[in-house]
Design a protein around this ligand. Structure first.
Ligand code: SF4
Length: 85
């Protein structure tokens, strides 16, 4: 399961037009193979700080929390999902 496939699913829900993370996918990915927990948490803090300023934060949170839990991965709406989170 990738963040991209989850994005395709939740894009069918509330609008994410104007998302602050557009073009910043790697920062919002799930913890990578071999990525240390410290490095991942540092990346998460940066991503979450962007989410705090995002104009579609509420829509994003609604969409991701409406998706199947097994499909959730990566960083969405200032929250961590998936392997290693
Ligand atoms: S809240 Fe975060 S993950 Fe969701 S669209 Fe905005 S920047 Fe992206």
């Amino acid at each position: 399961m990738s963040r991209q496939s989850l994005l395709e699913e939740i894009s069918r829900g509330p609008s994410l037009s104007g998302a602050a993370c557009a073009g910043m996918a790697p920062l919002f990915d799930a913890r990578g193979e071999g990525e240390s927990r410290a490095r991942y948490l540092n990346r998460f803090r940066k991503a979450a700080s962007i989410c705090k300023t995002c104009p579609v934060l509420a829509n994003c949170r609604e969409a991701v929390l409406s998706s199947k839990p097994s499909r959730r991965t990566g960083i969405w709406a200032g929250l961590r999902f998936g392997k290693g989170s």
